[in-house]
Design a binder for this molecule. Sequence first.
Ligand SMILES: O=CCCC(=O)C(=O)O
Length: 304
Amino acid sequence: MTEYSPTDLAAQLKSGLLSFPVTHFTDDLQFDEANYRKHLSWLAEYPVAGLFAAGGTGEGFSLTLEETDRVVRAAVDEVAGAVPVLAPATGSTSNAIAQAKAAEAAGADGLLLMPPYLTEAGQDGLVEHASRVCEATGLGVIVYSRANAVLHDKAVAQLADRNPTLIGFKDGVGNIEQMTRTYARVGDRLTYIGGLPTAETFALPLLQLGVSTYSSALFNFAPKWAIEFYDAVRAQDRDEVYRRLNEFVIPYLDIRDRTSGYAVSIVKGGLAATGRPAGPVRPPLTDLREDEVAELRDLVARIS
Ligand SMILES: O=CCCC(=O)C(=O)O
């Protein structure tokens, strides 16, 4: 049972960088719980405000319901209350409700509500979908605005008014006008999380739009550097942020952008490049080529 009320969880998540760990797989693509736990134990040496198990970087979209539950339970057990652990709720309304209840039973502290599967939907339908998930559990819920579930400002306001356990909005779109409209309308009723791939890229400008923290995939293989980057963003130290963007993030993006899906695969590439392999990614993703891992190894050496 979580120790966090939704309000406490919102305040906690707003206080620091957010960890989105990869999910380790064996060579035959089975969940590698032992090495996953070892990874979380290593990352626990660094200060973060929360951990999102089986998120995008965690290839949550490639896990069965049973596997997701195993990953969440392993994270809750390994983290042992040091920071809040949030679990994914995905797919159809009924599936997301089932996962919300399973996450609560697993001891998770909150939920990240992913876009529903495949279908397009109108704003009213998205509000109804997310509200039914919020109503199904006492956990704090963060809604992920992305892909076929892009929420506009009025819908976010309706969700916030209707659902006291809705605590956060994760932006996976990067539309400046929509983010401005949303923060202008909803304000600090929600915690706003930058959730675009390689979130460091956008962290400083998004700070001005109310987005006070972000999900860091880089934290998986360069935790010290990711924390220092976050500190520079929070200090609004533009020179230091852009020095680091030029030093690492922008060359990293050049590798990431070579193939669709590399935003996740490159994180496992970073772990391979730093001697902490996490196994292959699952289809539909593809792993980085050996020469790309070597290129990434040289890049990571610059910040080590
Ligand atoms: O840079 C990181 C984005 C990670 C993320 O939002 C996710 O894994 O869902």
